[in-house]
Write a protein that binds this ligand. Structure first.
Ligand code: DGJ
Length: 725
């Protein structure tokens, strides 16, 4: 101990000397601007101490020169632990000689310009005493006003060292008040929005689930500065982490009312051994800044996501008929052929065969057995998947399949043959969730197994046109035989190796549509969505609940990625269910053969309407006009970039006695254009209210200043308007 203390004092004096040398070398401050079209994030190297500071974040500055005149450099850009920082650090490590401190000085920076829209700034920082280098990477997407930040840590010491904190991003704000909007939930009740003022001290949003980012907390937030923001007013950032495992957002308000926001992998129980020469790369923190409220922030993220965050985000999508809620595990070939017929009859594109098609020794007839044994069940599918692909083809539709390749039931051949491939604690009972356990993806043999499961199925059946990749549990009682004494690396290595498997699959199958699913919305993040075309938003498909759930997702994820299925959940009308599903990527999971003739015709027409309008819904600009959190109706609209076509959805959630809704002002239209309003999805039977505007023509100016009647006097009804120049 004494020895460490002495060497610390020695090191301190050496580094003071070095600071002196650096001062002489640097002298002048250096400004590093990493902005987008409308946002500036400016760093400053302080010539007096050689450290890097965050000098400014906010609306674009006309001129950066004034920043140079401020003597106070700002807040440490990537605060370390062990020297003079008294608040939460972005990074903490112990060197292999036991020294628990890190000092980072600016060395250099360079700028890459892969294309006109993207600028990547790399800022190299180094400890003056130890061969440890930290590179801050800032990728700015100019047109979308989105910034991605990640960090790379390299050490060249003689032996391994341990890192305890390794944030992707550290941002600082100086405002009078801070308002944090977070989204929490559980299975079947995802994306519940809460807003609170941050007070002095630390507030943490995080999860510790291992296999996925969220279930109880979603890895997204809004942070409003000074005042609360609404859809069109207020200054805020919207942030999210591209990581499919434990995440942490930490908000610390200090004694001067400054706020630091530290985002990254949750460091909880995750100290990591960094080998000499190896790079530790953090996931990306992705954020946008808006001084025009949450609406603009969402549109920025949607534009970014469709171009860069989601696989083939700007491309088309196929519409599904899924059999999960219709058959559960009970089906055979004749039943499936009937569902293929239904897919065609409805005008849908793909039939997606869900859970229950595999395993023979322990057949998958419920969720208690078979997971891990990915061979077709001979009783249910005597002719294999290939037969179903052919049957689909005969009908002019496609065939898709469900898998959950990271998991295993104890009642399976996989469990019997490879007990060491499974995450489970020695000396403790196995702990199940949905009767299953997680495979140990840190083990290369398991990675190979997962890759081969998917690749083998696709090689044997090249006609498979869609996959739903499920993940129905988190880690509990987890221990990796493979990791031996490095158990604290499990959470991180699991996710990185999942990405390695997905990388390999995507090299071979770059555009195959794959839905990301995790027992509902448990795996929705931009780390995974690089590999997936869409995600299953929730197992809760009751349309009233879905309005809130989908509303929540719409803040951060574009509608093209949010799968909404019309199912038997909820007692509302088929029209209401259809209109709710339409605000994202619509699909079906209902017994089509039980629809009346009129219901079938209504659905066929709705699907045709949806196909005509889907490009506007998926890739247009979203305007949320009336929030279900603030009243008894929810209204939103999408407008295409030419502003000659829009779709408006109005849902009446409740109708209090005597309540009437005001006209709602539209947004995003061209004031000079004239628009025709046409109601679609009008049922041919039963009472229908609220469509009084259909057939009328108004100027964009009128619609945006005076508005449209949207909402009816009957609870749980809806209207969809097609708005055409
Ligand atoms: C959970 C998913 O969310 C459901 O849609 C379904 O695929 C089941 N898993 C199948 O086990």
């Amino acid at each position: 101990m004494k020895k460490i203390l002495l060497s610390l004092i020695f090191l301190y004096s050496i580094s003071s000397l070095l600071i002196g040398q650096t001062q002489a070398g640097l002298q002048k401050d250096i400004l590093i601007s990493t902005g987008t079209s409308n946002v500036d994030l400016v760093y400053k190297v302080n010539g007096r101490d050689g450290r890097l500071y965050q000098s400014y974040i906010g609306a674009k500055l006309g001129n950066l020169l004034s920043l140079n005149q401020i003597r106070d450099a700002g807040h440490l850009a990537y605060a370390t632990f062990g020297t003079d920082n008294l608040f939460e650090p972005a990074i903490r490590m112990t060197h292999n000689d036991g020294n628990p401190s890190l000092e980072l000085k600016y060395v250099s920076h360079n700028v890459e310009k892969p294309n006109a829209n993207i600028t990547i700034t790399h800022i190299l920082l180094k400890d003056p005493e130890y061969p440890v280098e930290v590179t801050l990477n800032i990728k700015s997407f100019s047109a979308e006003d989105v910034i991605e930040q990640w960090v790379e840590i390299v050490q060249k010491e003689a032996k391994p060292l341990t890192i305890y904190n390794y944030a992707s991003s550290m941002l600082h704000f100086d405002a009078s008040k801070y308002w944090l909007t977070q989204f929490h939930g559980d299975w079947a009740e995802e994306m519940k929005m809460q807003e609170n003022e941050l007070t002095s001290g630390i507030k943490i949003l995080d999860t510790k689930l291992g296999t996925r980012a969220h279930m109880y907390q979603t890895p997204v937030f809004f942070l409003s500065l000074n005042e609360k923001s609404d859809e069109n007013n207020g200054e805020l950032i919207a942030g999210t982490l591209g990581w499919s495992g434990n995440f942490q957002f930490l908000f610390e308000v200090d004694e001067k009312n400054s706020l630091r926001v530290i985002s990254g992998i949750n460091p909880f129980a995750s100290e990591y051994t960094l080998q000499p020469g190896k790079v530790f790369k953090t996931p990306s923190f992705i954020f946008t800044y808006s001084n025009q409220g949450k609406g603009l922030a969402s549109r920025n993220l949607h534009h970014w996501a469709t171009s860069y965050g989601i696989l083939d985000g700007n491309g088309p999508r196929m519409l599904l008929l899924n059999n999960w809620e219709t058959t559960y595990f009970k089906f055979d070939e004749p039943k499936l052929n009937g569902l293929l017929d239904d897919t065609k009859k409805m005008g849908l594109d793909v039939f997606l065969l869900d859970d229950g098609w595999f395993a023979n020794k322990y057949p998958r007839n419920d969720d208690k057995a078979g997971l891990g044994d990915w061979q077709e069940n001979k009783t249910k599918l005597p002719d294999g998947l290939g037969y179903l692909v052919k049957e689909a083809d005969k009908r002019g539709v496609k065939f898709g399949i469900w898998i959950e390749p990271e998991m295993v039931n104890p009642k399976s051949e996989l469990y019997e043959s490879h007990p060491d491939w499974i995450l489970k604690l020695p000396n403790r009972p196995e702990h199940y969730y949905r009767n299953q356990l997680v495979l140990d993806l840190t083990n290369p043999k398991v990675q190979e197994f997962v890759y081969n499961t998917v690749d083998g199925m696709l090689t044997k059946n090249p006609g498979i046109a869609f996959i739903k990749w499920d993940c129905n549990r988190m880690m509990t009682n987890a221990y990796s035989v493979y990791l031996k004494d490095k158990q604290s690396q499990l959470y991180i290595d699991y996710v990185n190796n999942l990405y390695n498997v997905l990388d390999r699959l995507r090299q071979k199958y770059p555009h195959l549509p794959i839905m990301l699913c995790s027992g509902g919305g448990g795996r929705v993040d931009y780390g995974a969505l690089r590999y997936f075309t869409d995600f299953w938003a929730s197992d809760d498909t009751d349309p009233l609940e879905r309005i809130y759930i989908q509303w929540g997702y719409s803040y951060f994820f574009p509608s093209v990625s949010v799968c909404n299925h019309i199912t038997s959940w909820g007692k509302q009308s088929l029209k209401f269910k259809t209109d709710v599903a339409m605000m994202g990527k619509m699909g079906y999971d209902i017994p089509v053969n039980e629809l009346t003739e009129k219901e079938l015709k209504f659905s066929q027409d709705a699907i045709a309407n949806y196909k005509r309008l889907s490009d506007i819904i998926w890739h247009g600009d979203l305007y949320r006009l009336a929030s279900p959190y603030e009243g008894n109706r929810a209204v939103l609209m999408y407008v295409n970039s030419a502003k000659n076509k829009a779709v408006l959805f109005a849902y009446t959630l409740n109708a209090r006695y005597g309540e009437s809704f005001n006209r709602i002002r539209l947004q995003g239209l061209d004031p000079a254009k004239t628009y025709k309003i046409q109601e679609i999805n009008v049922p041919t039977e039963g009472k229908h209210t609220g469509g009084s505007e259909s057939g009328k023509t108004y100027s964009g100016d009128y619609l945006m200043k005076i508005g449209l009647n949207a909402g009816s006097s009957t609870a749980l009804t809806s209207n969809v308007f097609e708005i055409t120049e």
